[in-house]
Design a protein around this ligand. Sequence first.
Ligand SMILES: Nc1ncnc2c1ncn2[C@@H]1O[C@H](COP(=O)(O)OP(=O)(O)OP(=O)(O)O)[C@@H](O)[C@H]1O
Ligand SMILES: [Mg+2]
Length: 252
Amino acid sequence: MDDILQIKDLRLEYPNGHAALKRVTFNAKKGEIIAIIGRSGAGKSTLLRCINGLEKPQAGSIRLDGEEIVGMEERQLTNLRRKVGFVWQEYNLIERLSVMSNVLTGRLSYNGRGKNLIGYFDRGHREIAIRNLERVNMLHRASYRADKISGGEKQRVSIARALSQEPTIILADEPVASLDPNLSAIIIGDLARVAREDGTLTIINIHQLDLAAKYVDRMIGLAQGVIVFDGTPAQLDDAAMDRIYNFDKISG
Ligand SMILES: Nc1ncnc2c1ncn2[C@@H]1O[C@H](COP(=O)(O)OP(=O)(O)OP(=O)(O)O)[C@@H](O)[C@H]1O
Ligand SMILES: [Mg+2]
């Protein structure tokens, strides 16, 4: 089928024995834009980190584009991460490099090691970087050092970098948690727009339900490491909200 991501019975325990994910199961299609919502500590970041191979689940399966991620060796994980665009709350740009150079890091895995060593990118790569900067309205900042631009601009650059990887999936962990409400709406809008244009499966951890409802196709609610809601924004009714946010009151 066209379920490009298939997660089944995923369990992740941290070394202290805390089970952050318990039998998490869901599939996602190419082009879907999904918000993961839930209280602090629900397991949202842990889930994204598992898909990126940064955490090692004890049980279950994650198949991305037909490849099993759980149990992958480091060398294979390096290959996997080429296909996974990650957008972090704290941007993770290389501050002393230009905006353009930061976006070009999204092309590193396509460029060849020798050229990377001397910082040379073929014209095709530079064109991809320029096009993606244009798409998030940041081309006018291409030559600025990354530490000289605002938070909202940094997040646009990080989106352009992720796009330049031509990823199979984009994972965004609270991409607008450091930004004001107006800017948050613009950035989530930008991310959703470019993801739709490319048909790239995108999963966004987000606390702002209004933004999620406006821009995503589907919401997955996590509570204490368990999926307690999976549906469209319109299906997120009071009962679902209670399951996601007030589970301790319900269970007593
Ligand atoms: N390295 C770790 N070692 C032990 N426990 C951890 C570790 N990282 C996270 N946890 C715990 O696992 C649970 C899930 O954490 P996670 O960061 O995935 O939550 P989250 O939903 O992303 O929360 P937030 O909304 O605050 O970002 C929490 O109870 C957290 O304290
Ligand atoms: Mg988190």
